[in-house]
Design a protein around this ligand. Structure first.
Ligand code: FES
Length: 151
C-alpha cells in the first residue's frame, strides 16, 4: 500500500496522523518510518516534516531507523523488575546474540525496553509485535523465540 493510498483510506486530517504513521510503518518492510515517506506524507497532509518527525519521535512504537521484522518489548517497570525482568533480559540477549536496543543480524528481531504493559499480575512480561507474554522464565522466552523463528 502506498502513502497516498493510506492517507486516502484514513483521511488526511491531523487527528488521523498516528494511525497513518502506524500503517506506513507496517508496510515499510523494516518496521520504521523512511525519510522519503515522511516527506511524501508531509505534502499529502499539508504538515511540516518537523511536525511529523516530532510526533513520530514522541511515541516509542515508531522508529526512524530500520528495525527487525519482530519488535520485542521487554517491560522494565518496577513490578516486572522485582519479578526478575533483568534475568529475562539476560536470557533474551543470550538467545538473540544482541544487546538491548539492537537488531539481530538476520533482521528478524529488535529488542527494546518498554514501560508497564498493563499486565503486572503476570510479571515479568514482554510484548512481541501485538502479542503479550507473561509469567516469563528463561525457558519460556527461549521457546517463544524458537516458535517465532520456526514460523
Ligand atoms: S510492570 Fe511490567 S507489565 Fe506492569
Amino acid at each position: 500500500m502506498t502513502v497516498s493510498e493510506i492517507v486516502e483510506k484514513r483521511g488526511n486530517s491531523r487527528e488521523n496522523l498516528i494511525q497513518i504513521l502506524h500503517d506506513i510503518q507496517d508496510v515499510s518492510g523494516d518496521n520504521s518510518l523512511h525519510k522519503d515517506k515522511i516527506e511524501e506524507l508531509s505534502k499529502l497532509m499539508d504538515l511540516n516534516v518537523a511536525d511529523i518527525v516530532g510526533t513520530a519521535s514522541f511515541y516509542t512504537m515508531f522508529s526512524l531507523v530500520p528495525r527487525g521484522k519482530h519488535i520485542i518489548r521487554l517491560c522494565d517497570s518496577p513490578p516486572c523488575y522485582i519479578m526478575g525482568s533483568d534475568n529475562i533480559l539476560e536470557a533474551l540477549e543470550k538467545k538473540l546474540g544482541i544487546k538491548m536496543g539492537a537488531t539481530t543480524e538476520d533482521g528478524m528481531f529488535t529488542l527494546e525496553p518498554t514501560s508497564c504493559l498493563g499486565v503486572c499480575g503476570v510479571a515479568p512480561a514482554l510484548m512481541i509485535d501485538e502479542e503479550v507474554y507473561g509469567n516469563l522464565t528463561n525457558e519460556k522466552v527461549n521457546g517463544i523465540i524458537d516458535g517465532i523463528r520456526a514460523g
